[in-house]
Design a protein around this ligand. Structure first.
Ligand code: SAH
Ligand code: SF4
Ligand code: F3S
Length: 457
């Protein structure tokens, strides 16, 4: 229960105030939206402990690295950045440095940080975010370094305060963890088993967000389509979005990520019927070859995936579809990669998130023979990017002359311009002032020069 932490919050607050005046925290977040949301909760707790926020680590009394383990490159960056804390901490020994997130949850990483990064004061795993006030208080109060990656995947702790980074858009976790064990993926190991929040908690939080002015809510989960499994109430993801759609107010509902194996016609019907649900489906395919999909343990075929796309488009002709793709999975041949290429051309995605396979120690794929060189995989990767580039440009061209209802999200880097997002995924830049932010307006696309340019109607 989070109420157990309230005492620690008060005690940490008085020590920090006495030591630093107004204490400042610098939060560095890597990885997916789940981590962004976790960081918003950590910031919520810090705020209750009297902390203000800074982007500059050298100006901070508390520095946190909320890490991602999904690819090796992500991990390397984190080690490098933690390393820069050595000099800062030497100059300011009363500063506290902490590491959390998916990297921290791995025993080997925790061990490496304990041994090689002695200036890291606190390390905690993905299951213990709610105990952060206790960890910070103990270290502020002079305890030894704190390293705790114990797991409890049965319970969800509700009631953690949250400091949202943005006012117009907001993240709303509906479930945690993943049970799918795709053979390349570290997430199930570092995030634990799937567990869903009670729908009443989600609805309450959605109502609070809308009352606070949020206009675009993204429901988060590694596999939102399996929402509700294990709950005693009669609920699934399609029913949940219908309930959120019934909340009054003008706002949009988005969600990610959908796993194709659990994407039902019931969900597509709900998307079509609910006027507040954005017409965007992020449906990661990973690869277009059935043998490779099988070894990846994705549990759908190319044909099943394509039939889902067809079913979705027949219900929502204006649907934006995006995907994740891994190039160079162990054992993948160039011919098999060409099946991915042909699938991408057939689906005509609005945009793609593409990755070269990265071996994650501890996953089954990391044990599989992988003979294709990185350079060769890089060539395939570029071939894929080029194919998608042509498709993306064509899609943008098709938008020319048409009018779209956009949510004004933020000011553009170009002064006097606003960035608005369509009901799909396209962002249109148009002349307007910042009083428009948070409003829905109609914008006509007039030009497509990499960015879409529009004019307010
Ligand atoms: N739960 C989501 C994805 C989470 S990870 C889903 O199932 O779609 C985000 C993306 O990172 C994945 O979709 C995959 O494309 C990519 N990814 C995961 N593990 C990877 C690895 N070992 N190497 C390269 N890309 C990987
Ligand atoms: Fe990883 Fe697969 Fe789970 Fe997505 S569904 S988080 S890719 S194991
Ligand atoms: Fe990375 Fe963890 Fe998300 S591994 S992608 S931050 S769930």
């Amino acid at each position: 229960m989070f109420s157990e932490q309230l005492g620690y919050i008060e005690k940490a607050k008085s020590i920090a105030a006495a030591r630093y005046g107004v204490p400042k925290a610098c939060i560095n977040t890597y990885g997916c939206q789940q981590n962004v949301s976790d960081s918003e909760h950590i910031k919520g707790m810090l705020e209750k402990m009297g902390y203000a926020f800074t982007e500059d680590a050298s100006d901070a009394d508390f520095v946190l690295f909320n890490t991602c383990a999904v690819r090796e490159h992500a991990e390397d960056r984190v080690y490098g950045n933690i390393g820069t804390m050595k000099a800062l901490k030497k100059a300011r020994p009363d500063m506290i440095v902490a590491v959390c997130g998916c990297m921290a949850q791995q025993e080997k990483v925790a061990e490496r940080i304990r041994k090689s990064y002695p200036y890291v004061d606190i390390l905690f795993g993905t299951h213990l975010i709610h105990r952060f006030p206790e960890f910070l208080y103990r270290r502020l109060n002079g305890s030894k370094r704190i390293f705790d990656i114990s797991t409890d995947t049965k319970h969800i702790v509700e009631g953690i305060p949250v400091h949202r980074d943005k006012t117009v858009k907001g993240w709303l976790p509906i479930m945690y963890g993943c049970d799918n064990f795709c053979t390349y993926c570290i997430v199930p190991y570092v995030r634990g088993r799937e567990r869903s929040r009670a729908s009443c908690e989600i609805l309450r939080e959605a109502e609070q967000m809308i009352a606070a002015g949020v206009k675009d809510i993204t429901l988060l989960g590694q596999n939102v389509n399996s929402y509700g499994k294990g709950l005693s109430e009669d609920i699934n993801f399609a029913k949940l979005i219908r309930k959120i759609n019934d909340i009054s107010g003008e706002f949009r509902i988005r969600f990610m990520t959908s796993h194709p194996k659990d994407c039902t016609l019931e969900l597509l019907d709900a998307m079509r019927d609910c006027e507040k649900v954005a017409h965007h489906l992020h449906l990661p395919v990973q690869c277009g070859n059935n043998r490779v999909l099988g070894v990846m343990n994705r549990r759908y075929t190319r044909e099943k995936y394509l039939s889902l796309i067809k079913a979705a488009r027949s219900r929502m002709p204006d649907l934006s579809i995006t995907s994740d793709i891994i190039v160079g999975f162990p054992g993948e041949t160039y011919e098999e990669f060409c099946d991915t290429l042909s699938l991408v051309k057939e689906v005509e995605y609005n945009s793609l998130f593409t990755f070269i396979y990265s071996a994650r120690p501890g996953t089954p794929a990391a044990e599989m023979p992988d003979i294709i060189s990185r350079a060769e995989k890089g060539k395939w990767f570029n071939e894929l990017l080029q194919a998608q580039d042509i498709i993306g440009k064509q899609k943008q061209n098709d938008m020319k002359g048409k009018t779209y209802r956009v949510l004004c999200e933020e000011e553009s880097e170009n002064e006097g311009f606003i960035m608005g997002r369509t009901n799909g995924t396209d962002v249109i830049e148009f002349a307007g002032d910042k009083t428009l932010i948070g409003k829905f307006v109609n914008v006509k696309v007039i030009d497509t020069n990499n960015v879409l340019k529009g004019t307010l109607i």
